[in-house]
Design a protein around this ligand. Sequence first.
Ligand code: ACO
Length: 426
Amino acid sequence: MTEKVSITIDGKTTELPVLKASEGRSVVDVRGLIAEGIFTFDPGFLSTASCDSKVTYIDGDAGILLYRGYPIEQLANQSNHLEVCYLLLNDELPSQSQYDSFESSIKSQQTVDPNFQNIFNGFTQGAHPMSMVSAAVAGLASLFHEETDITNADDRMQTAHRLIAKIPTLAAMAYKHGRGEAFVEPNDDLTYAENFLNMCFGTAGEDPNVSPTIAKAMDRIFLLHADHEQNASTSTVRMAGSTDCNPYAAISAGICALWGPAHGGANEAVLLMLNEIGDESRVEEYVNKAKDKNDSFKLMGFGHRVYKNFDPRATVMQESCHAVLVEQGVEDDALLKVAQRLEKIAREDDYFIERKLYPNIDFYSGITLKAVGIPTELFTVIFTLGRMPGWITHWNEMLSAPYKIARPRQLYLGESSRDYVSISDR
Ligand code: ACO
């Protein structure tokens, strides 16, 4: 029997069905309320499920993250990013031949049209790479939108492959443009992560020389960021995509949403914060600033909207981070010492314990990326690469079933209707 809840407003009772989840919380289906002229109020969507989805499950209290049912720890330890891309897009892990054909599809589409590469010349050298990457992804529509039918499942999958293939190339081009260096062409002999690193840090015309440790850490960072259900950027992709705009525009909107320091920009903000603190001796002062209600300063890389126990990705990333620090021999780096002291104090301080503010994945990915020598301005771009399969999978999932244009309502608190007064009479 369907469970129901009743609500009574102005003496009228309405029954609302409760929809059962396969895992986690059931939700009250409030869609019937519109017929009664009632809206719900939930700024920031803290208690609203905006869609149903079969992609990713998070239990923030238990610290569980599953991609298509598979625990993130198992995927991080046994899989790789490209296999996870296939899993997200296709519901199931690939057989060897499916994996091989997916990998060759990605590798065959890594290059970017030489004319299109001129888009980067329109940007100043100091432009943030996220502005270049978001513009370049939106610009891909100029090359491919005409041949994409978003109502066709094969075309949508083709778009997914194309975006996963080209995003490392565009990201590396943005980076190289910022450095005033020549672009390095994609190399099919390298893995996904190796190729990205080579396009960023290699030199055009020279043989690749990528550290396996750094490539492994990078692949893990991509994999850990691959999806995170209805977060701000993914919800942005769904919202933009619900207008039937081209997929490149929808994904570009998601990239812009990811840029903010409360979301994907947090790993960059972690490093900026560590730089500002500068020395271990000042950590306590900054912890006190973070606790001060009259100070807007927050400890970047701490806290999460969903994980109120621990972030399972942070646990995996912490292991990688410590391994990388040892292998790179940089445990004595001043900023990394600041980070370690900060982590210790925050984990022991009542303010953080009571509010369940634990170091999140960005804290450890920021430190890891710094330890392997990745420039700070590339951090959010790396998150963008990782999140691409998640965004495109959610876009595809939405378009694979009936959907409506996203159009929230509001609680209006402004003026009631009043007459215009001419400027001379005001
Ligand atoms: N430093 C200090 N205090 C904090 C922090 C922090 N990083 N985060 C939250 N708080 C405090 C708040 O001031 C609030 O205190 P109060 O109850 O005394 O008013 C309490 O903890 C609850 O905070 P909310 O803002 O309600 O938590 P919410 O779930 O809305 O926000 C968020 C989560 C945005 C991630 C927040 O913790 C934050 O800004 N963290 C720093 C930025 C960051 O690391 N973002 C990355 C998110 S993960 C990702 O995108 C992959």
